[in-house]
Design a protein around this ligand. Structure first.
Ligand SMILES: O=C(O)CCC(=O)C(=O)O
Ligand SMILES: [Fe+2]
Length: 328
């Protein structure tokens, strides 16, 4: 079925009909932004805007981020996560301000209504000159840098389209505040590992892989493997699956962008549940999230000038959120 902007809305249970799949081929990361016709940008901007004002999530296909780069990253990350804890501990995250490094199993608590998540993760800076190297997994560093760079290019395009979709005079309104490749910016690439759920695993009541939360920054690019379990909250309050759609990236609005746009774009809560049935719980699940944040010193205040929310500095906002999530 087509919605009124021409984007395809999948009506089977893959996305429960709520999350559009948009063909990003005309503006994929191999294109040169300046050469792309304004009509193409306006069309894509309108499609994305509709998704971000309704459900806050969209699948993009033909985005141009090479599948081989994702596969390589997932494979290197898996090798890392399967190392013994005492090795991984050398790379453990240290503080909320830094927001980098390894978070061990059951470290992160995204909702106070649930126990810690059944997952491990590793956060990287998005800058290529990133300092951490992994003697134990020599290819990990390069795979992260390579993938990050593609995500950066896709993010720039999306931030431009978001500005156009909002009808802003200046399409660089957001990109100017997202100097992702500089030290002024705290965007991160996160590799996530949800180990197999085994009968001997000590699980607490209500414990799931990743508890209900919304993301903190501007937008998130999420690449998931084929295991499933991701769910998002509809406006009526129920959680529905956001199933893996091969070769797509799932993009969502995060909290600071919702605030920036005075709730026009919605930051939707989501979670990762343990798939039902022994077959799937024996599988580990992996995903990669690229969290796009505005520059640390950027003061986010409503673009419509109505000040629905008081202005807040990006770093102040994200530090409070990280402190709430991790027990330091
Ligand atoms: O692993 C996933 O699919 C989702 C992870 C997520 O939502 C997050 O890390 O913010
Ligand atoms: Fe999230």
């Amino acid at each position: 079925m087509n919605d009124n902007n021409g984007s395809v809305v999948i009506s089977d249970e893959t996305t429960t009909g709520l999350i559009p799949v948009i063909d990003f081929g005309d503006f994929n990361i191999s294109t040169t932004s300046d050469n792309i016709n304004d009509d193409v940008k306006r069309r894509l901007a309108a499609q994305i805007h509709t998704a971000f004002t309704n459900i806050g999530f969209v699948y993009l296909k033909n985005h141009g981020v090479a599948t081989e780069k994702l596969d390589k990253l997932l494979s290197e990350a898996k090798t890392f996560f399967e190392l013994p804890d005492d090795v991984k501990q050398k790379y453990a995250r240290r503080s909320a301000e830094e927001n980098l490094g390894w978070s061990c199993f059951k470290r992160e608590r995204l909702s106070h209504d649930r126990p810690h998540g059944l997952k491990e993760s590793f956060d990287f800076e998005t800058k290529p000159e990133n300092v951490r190297h992994f003697p134990e997994v020599p290819g990990f560093r390069e795979a992260v840098n390579d993938f990050s760079l593609s995500c950066y290019h896709l993010s720039e395009r999306l931030l431009t389209l978001i500005a156009i979709g909002l009808g802003l005079d200046d399409p660089t309104t957001f990109t100017r505040q997202h100097n992702i490749l500089t030290a002024e910016n705290g965007s991160t690439l996160r590799c996530l590992y949800y180990p197999p759920i085994t009968p001997d695993m000590a699980m607490q009541p209500n414990q799931i892989r990743c508890a209900e939360h919304s993301d903190y920054g501007s937008i998130t690019l999420l690449f998931q493997d084929n295991i499933g379990g991701l769910e998002l909250r509809t406006r009526s309050g129920e959680y529905v699956p956001a199933k893996p759609v091969p070769d797509t990236v799932l993009v969502n609005i995060a909290d600071l962008m919702q605030r920036w746009t005075s709730d026009t774009l919605v930051s939707t809560k989501h979670r990762v549940v343990v798939p039902k049935g022994a077959e799937y719980s024996r599988d580990a699940r992996m995903s990669v999230a690229y969290f796009v944040h505005s520059d640390s010193h950027c003061v986010v205040s409503s673009i419509d000038g109505k000040n629905k929310y008081p202005p807040i500095k990006t770093l102040d906002y994200s530090t409070v959120r990280f402190l709430d999530t991790f027990d330091y």
